[in-house]
Design a protein around this ligand. Structure first.
Ligand SMILES: [Fe+2]
Length: 433
C-alpha cells in the first residue's frame, strides 16, 4: 500500500509523517540540490536589488495613492512593483482626521467598558516560538471604529484593487470574486509612547506545517514539487481557497489575498514597525530548504503545528538580508502584504508616539470565506470572539458595541447578510491579472 503523504487532519506521528513526506517530495522533484540551486539563482538578484536600495536609502515598498485606486489610475509601473515585491502602502485610504477619530472612539469604547482592568493578558501562544515581546494586540473586534473601517467604501475599493492583482481564474476555475470581500474581523494593536519592544521575529501567516502536509497546499505548490520552479506563480490563486489549516487557537479559516492594517497613528520608520522580505517567490526557498541533506530527516526547519512559520538565520540566510521596513506612515494610510510574505516587527526602545493599527485583510468572497462569514455574523450579533481567535468574548456584555442596524450594504454583503453581489460576480470573469 502506498505510504500516506498528505494529511487533512494533523498526523498523529509528526516525525514519521515528515520523513514519509520528504521521501515522496524528493522522488517527485528529482534532483533536489539542482532545484534548490535554481531557486537561489532566481532569488539572489531580487535580494541583491533590495540590499542595494536599502544601502542607497531608497524606498523598497511600493506606494500607491488612494486617489489613484479610486479613479482606477494606478500606474502600471506601480502595479508591476507590487507584483514584484508582494507588498504595498496605500496613502490616504481614509482622511487622517477620520482615522484619528476612530482611534479616539476606540479608546472611549475600551474606557467605557473598563477593558484594561478586565483584560487577562494574551490567551494564545501562536508566536511562542519566535523572538517576541508582549504583542500589545488586544482581542477587541466589534467597536464602531473597527466596523466602520471594515465597511468603509474606500476599504472595499482598496481590497478590490489588491484582489485583482491575483490571477483569480486558472486551471478552468474561478477561485474567488475580487470585487466582493468577506468581512474578516481581527484584533487591534495599541503600543503607547515610551514603549520598549523587542519586536516580533520573521514569519509567515496562513499555515506552517500545513504548507507541506495538506493536499490543497500540495496542489498550490505543485510546480515547485514537480521541480519546475520557473513555472511557479505566487499570484495564481489555484487551490488557495481550498486550503484548510489544522485547528489551533489562532488560525486562519479564510483565504486572504493580502494581510493588512490601517494606521490610526503616525508611525515613523524607525519606531519598531513592520518589515517584510518583499519577495513573494521566497516561499519556494522556505518550502524546499528542509529537503536538503543538512536538515534532520524529521525536521521542516523549525515549522510546528499551531505556531507561525518562522524565518531562521540558520536555515534561510539568503532571505535574511532582504528585510525591508515600511516607510513612515500617517493615520489613514494602510499597509498590505501577500499571504506568503515573510514579515516581522522591528525592535524599538522608548517609542516616539503611538503605534496603533486596526488589522483588516483582503479576503475575497469564495465558498470557504462565505462559510466563515456566516459564522462571523453570528459572533457579531452576540459580541463574541470570532472562531479563528481564542474564545475571550470580552465584548459580549458591552452595551455600546456596533449594532446590526448600523451595517451599510458593504458590511451586510461582507457578512453574507445581503445577496447583492451579482454584478461583482459578472466582473470577476473579466478581471485577470
Ligand atoms: Fe503575521
Amino acid at each position: 500500500m502506498a505510504e500516506q503523504t498528505s494529511w487533512t487532519e494533523p498526523p498523529a506521528d509528526y516525525p514519521a509523517a515528515i520523513r514519509a513526506l520528504k521521501r515522496r517530495l524528493r522522488a517527485q522533484i528529482g534532483d533536489v540540490d539542482a532545484v534548490f540551486a535554481r531557486i537561489e539563482a532566481r532569488l539572489t538578484p531580487r535580494v541583491d536589488e533590495i540590499v542595494v536600495l536599502k544601502e542607497r536609502g531608497e524606498e523598497v515598498w511600493p506606494i500607491v495613492e488612494f486617489t489613484d485606486v479610486a479613479a482606477g489610475t494606478v500606474p502600471q509601473e506601480v502595479v508591476d512593483r507590487i507584483h514584484r515585491r508582494g507588498c504595498a502602502v496605500v496613502r490616504g485610504q481614509v482622511a487622517a482626521e477620520v482615522a484619528t477619530g476612530w482611534d479616539q472612539s476606540l479608546v472611549d469604547y475600551l474606557d467605557a467598558n473598563d477593558f484594561m482592568s478586565a483584560y487577562r493578558g494574551p490567551a494564545d501562544d501562536f508566536f511562542g516560538n519566535l523572538d517576541a515581546s508582549k504583542p500589545e494586540i488586544y482581542p477587541i473586534y466589534w467597536s464602531a471604529a473597527q466596523m466602520e473601517a471594515r465597511q468603509h467604501e474606500n476599504t472595499a475599493a482598496v481590497q478590490s484593487f489588491l484582489n485583482s492583482l491575483w490571477k483569480n481564474e486558472s486551471r478552468g476555475v474561478t477561485w474567488f470574486d475580487p470585487d466582493q470581500d468577506s468581512m474578516y474581523p481581527d484584533r487591534i494593536r495599541r503600543r503607547p509612547p515610551g514603549a520598549n519592544s523587542s519586536g516580533l521575529g520573521g514569519h509567515t501567516d496562513s499555515g506552517s506545517v500545513e504548507r507541506w502536509l495538506t493536499p490543497a497546499y500540495q496542489q498550490v505548490f505543485e510546480q515547485i514539487w514537480n521541480g519546475d520552479v520557473d513555472a511557479y506563480d505566487p499570484w495564481d490563486a489555484a487551490h488557495r481557497t481550498e486550503v484548510d489549516e489544522f485547528p489551533s487557537s489562532t488560525m486562519c479559516s479564510v483565504f486572504r489575498s493580502f494581510q493588512g492594517w490601517l494606521a490610526m497613528s503616525e508611525m515613523r520608520r524607525d519606531q519598531g514597525v513592520l518589515w517584510t522580505v518583499p519577495i513573494p517567490d521566497a516561499m519556494m526557498y522556505l518550502l524546499v530548504r528542509p529537503l536538503l541533506a543538512d536538515v534532520p530527516e524529521d525536521s521542516l526547519c523549525g515549522a510546528e503545528q499551531g505556531k507561525a512559520l518562522g524565518l531562521s538565520e540558520q536555515w534561510h540566510p539568503l532571505l535574511w538580508k532582504a528585510q525591508a521596513g515600511i516607510p513612515d506612515v500617517r493615520p489613514g494610510d494602510s499597509v498590505w502584504w501577500h499571504s506568503d510574505l515573510i514579515h516581522g516587527v522591528a525592535a524599538v526602545q522608548d517609542q516616539q508616539g503611538w503605534g496603533n493599527v486596526i488589522y483588516i485583510p483582503a479576503a475575497p468572497m469564495c465558498a470557504k470565506n462565505a462559510a466563515y462569514a456566516q459564522d462571523v455574523a453570528e459572533r457579531f450579533r452576540r459580541g463574541e470572539s470570532p472562531a479563528d481567535f481564542p474564545k475571550e468574548d470580552y465584548e459580549a456584555e458591552w452595551g455600546n458595541r456596533f449594532g446590526e442596524s448600523q451595517l451599510n450594504e458593504i458590511g451586510r454583503r461582507g457578512l453574507g447578510l445581503s445577496a447583492g453581489s451579482a454584478p461583482a460576480a459578472r466582473q470577476a470573469t473579466a478581471r485577470q491579472r
